[in-house]
Ligand binder design. Structure first.
Ligand code: SF4
Ligand code: ZN
Length: 311
């Protein structure tokens, strides 16, 4: 009879394709938490006394990360606050914000909602629908990503946070590697990793504690833990190149279940060489318009606004 490899319970909820390991609900939850905490130690992501700003969208990844980081908060190892960015995506983001707020409240974690509107004067829907984006809707994620990174970095400084934690998982990270490789974005590749490295004090260090957890296991974790999660997908997501690459990798993974791990491991081995050869980190200064760190005269966010002729 099939039973849990750890405790012998016959009610297994997962048989891992990569390793063949079979686990019951309780052992799956424990082993997933253990793996994330082990990675936090292994990659030196957090240290005692860190004040962590968690990007909490209300989706499964960030809610799982909140659940695990809260265990470190309860043990007085770190302090934690959650920030939800309201990009202004009508009919989608509202529910995520409510769910994020409920999760933070339940655990007693301080929660702040910040909006594109308050920082940039317009919502993502405005940016896409007004004449600003002439090349069509396809690039919503490009703008969204740049503006979100800008806000997280600004809010982290406002709040005095020492780390920014995001719920990027193994699927996200593999997509980023393949996507940037296919597009020839070597500069972007040098910045992919479990922890951002920078000597510029205006950049808050970003960490991705779920980087080695596959998306499927995150979905199973939130169901097993009965966490309150926003499952709806962003209406712009299907239009992105990332989504195309994601589908391609998913297809490959059906026949080759270890392909995401091997992509990640191979990339991590190449990364020091890429950084040595291509990183422009040493010339980082500040944007002359907004004061955020950038390698150019203007940061990416301000460059977009300048191109659109906006303030
Ligand atoms: Fe932003 Fe794209 Fe994510 Fe939607 S899918 S929230 S547009 S990055
Ligand atoms: Zn700027």
């Amino acid at each position: 009879m099939i039973s849990c490899d750890k405790c012998g319970n016959p009610n297994i909820i997962i048989k891992k394709k990569q390793s063949g390991q079979k686990l019951c609900k309780d052992c799956f939850i424990k082993s997933t938490q253990k793996k994330v905490l082990k990675d936090i130690r292994k990659y030196d992501l957090l240290k005692k006394g860190d004040y962590v700003l968690l990007g909490l969208s209300g989706g499964k990844d960030s809610v799982m990360l909140l659940d695990i980081l809260n265990s470190l908060k309860k043990r007085n190892i770190i302090d934690l606050m959650a920030v939800t960015i309201d990009e202004g995506i009508c009919g989608y983001r509202e529910e995520g914000i409510e769910i994020a707020a409920r999760n933070a409240k339940k655990l007693g974690v301080e929660h702040r909602v910040v909006t594109f509107k308050e920082y940039f004067g317009m919502t993502l829907d405005d940016i896409i629908s007004k004449n600003n984006v002439k090349e069509g809707r396809r690039n919503a994620c490009t703008y969204c990503g740049v503006f979100r990174r800008w806000i997280f970095n600004r809010v982290a400084r406002e709040e005095g946070a020492t780390k920014i934690a995001t719920g990027h998982n193994l699927d996200d990270e593999t997509q980023s590697i393949v996507m940037n490789y296919l597009e020839g974005n070597i500069q972007n590749l040098t910045r992919i990793g479990v922890k951002s490295e920078t000597r510029n004090s205006r950049f808050t260090i970003k960490i991705k504690p779920l980087r080695e957890i596959p998306e499927k296991e995150i979905a199973l974790y939130v169901v097993a833990r009965e966490l309150d999660v926003h499952f709806a997908g962003c209406p712009y997501a299907g239009e992105s190149f990332r989504a195309e690459v994601g589908n391609f990798i998913k297809q490959l993974s059906n026949e080759h279940p270890t392909i995401m791990y091997s992509t990640l491991r191979g990339f991590d081995k190449m990364k020091p060489v890429l950084k040595r050869e291509f990183s422009q980190e040493s010339i980082v200064g500040v944007c002359e318009n907004c004061g955020e760190p950038t390698a150019a005269r203007l940061c990416k966010a301000c460059t977009f606004f300048k191109d659109w002729g906006a303030e």
